[in-house]
Design a binder for this molecule. Structure first.
Ligand code: HEM
Length: 414
């Protein structure tokens, strides 16, 4: 059985070789920072021989993460080898989705959906995102405690995805339900819940199959479902691949953006002076957005698999080795981001963050996520909303999605 971090050891005292940063407790208790600081200082390329997910390499500094991402032919994303998380997605969990493919199939499918995130589509979506965000903010109470995660982050992200898919509005919370089940790896592994999860994912695929058929019968339009339905590379996918790619688009957009919106509130609560700068000058909002995403880093890692023996910065790696790139750590690398723990809305190089990855798989939804966050801040400031965190946040207890389950807040008028 694996050596997860032992309760009596601290990040400073544990033997380096025993460090296993997949341990969910360091995320559940928000105590991951010193573990990664130690790895960056002493072993930025580090080997854990024994973990619940088997042996794996940890890459924890900015430069080496980019070096791995820059060689996708050696460091594969393919689902054939287990995919893009430290958990192997093999056998019945094997999801065929283009984030977990290499070229050429990856590029063919990515090109189908890219136009949905192009400038004209983003401009089209901006209007709806703004209207929906304003509508939601107008329902929020001042001076009364509520949970920011469910009321704001989850709801706005779900709405954003519904706009992207041109999804039937009244049914939009189905997207939340499918995203929660689709992204829940624990539920997939648990015999008591795995059939329930599978049924939800079949419901999702069947629902989208009806939408695909409807949109295919209409002339092509810019929404994501229409683009997929009319394309060669995605128009006739097998059931399993349709399911995999739908989960990618729903979970990929959902668990991530929602946690930026929660992280944002938590970060400004800790650095109120940065919020005051935005209150004083709304022109600073666009530059603040990438810094918020860097600070939160909604996905802690992506994983690759070596397809041949190779070498990374002096470390010999074997064919089949699992290589985990810790974005959460690369974004705290002091050699790139001085005083990295601090939220600094004017950080000159915030755009160099790795939260969206880097290279051929870099997030296609990045612009949409940034837009949603920018609009949220603009609309909050218009309403003179300053948000104060009023209790302990509850964190997601796993090493892939990095985020919040609950964040109690009160809105005050500034
Ligand atoms: C703050 C919000 C977001 C974060 C932090 C985020 C993060 C990421 C990361 C780390 C990757 C993998 C990059 C790599 O392997 O190098 C990725 C890929 C992807 N993301 Fe996002 N994402 C966000 C929002 C979105 C949104 C709104 C969508 C749209 C539905 C989306 C859809 C995708 C897709 C389809 C991929 C696969 C790209 C590929 O393999 O070529 N993401 N994202």
């Amino acid at each position: 059985m694996a050596t997860q971090l032992r309760a009596h050891d601290t990040a400073d005292t544990m033997p380096l070789r025993d460090i296993d940063v997949t341990d969910p407790t360091i995320y559940a208790t928000d105590s991951w920072r010193p573990w990664f600081a130690r790895l960056r200082a002493e072993a930025p390329i580090h080997y854990t021989a024994d973990s619940p997910f088997g042996p794996y390499w940890s890459i924890s500094n900015h430069a080496d993460i980019q070096a791995v991402e820059a060689r996708p032919d050696i460091f594969s994303s393919s689902h054939v080898f287990g995919g893009i998380t430290v958990v192997d997605m093999l056998g019945e969990y094997n999801l065929v989705q283009f984030i977990a493919m290499d070229r050429p199939r990856h590029g063919e499918q990515r090109r189908v959906i890219t136009p949905s995130f192009g400038p004209s589509e983003i401009a089209r979506m901006a209007e709806s995102v703004r209207a929906r965000t304003a509508e939601l903010l107008d329902t929020l109470p001042y001076d009364t405690e509520f949970d920011w995660v469910d009321t704001v982050s989850v709801e706005l992200t779900t709405q954003m995805l519904a706009i992207l898919f041109d999804f039937p509005w009244a049914d939009r919370r189905k997207l939340t339900l499918w995203s929660d089940w689709g992204g829940d790896i624990e539920a997939a592994l648990n015999p008591a819940t795995k059939d329930i999860r599978q049924q939800h994912l079949r419901d999702m695929t069947d629902y989208f199959d009806r939408l695909f058929a409807e949109r295919k019968a209409l002339p092509p339009s810019g929404d994501l479902v229409s683009l997929m339905a009319h394309s060669d590379a995605m128009g006739d996918m097998e059931y399993n691949e349709r399911m995999g790619n739908l989960i990618l688009l729903i979970v990929g957009g959902n668990d991530t953006t929602r946690n930026s919106m929660s992280g944002m509130v938590h970060a400004f609560h800790q650095y109120p002076g940065e919020w005051q700068k935005l209150v004083a000058d709304h022109g600073k909002i666009p530059a603040a957005v990438p810094e918020i995403i860097r600070w939160q880093t909604p996905l802690s890692h992506m994983r690759r698999t070596c397809v041949e023996d190779t070498e990374l910065n002096g470390h010999a790696m074997k064919k089949g080795d699992k290589v985990v790139m810790w974005y959460i750590s690369g974004n705290r690398d002091e050699s790139v981001f001085p005083d990295a723990e601090r939220l600094d809305i004017a950080r000159p190089n915030a755009r160099r963050h790795l939260a969206f990855g880097f290279g051929v798989h870099r997030c296609v939804g990045a612009r949409l996520a940034e837009l949603q966050i920018q609009i949220l801040i603009e609309e909050m400031l218009k309403r003179k909303m300053t948000v104060r965190v009023t209790g302990e946040p509850e964190y997601v207890a796993q090493s892939f999605v990095h985020g919040y389950k609950k964040l109690p807040v009160v809105i005050e008028r500034h």
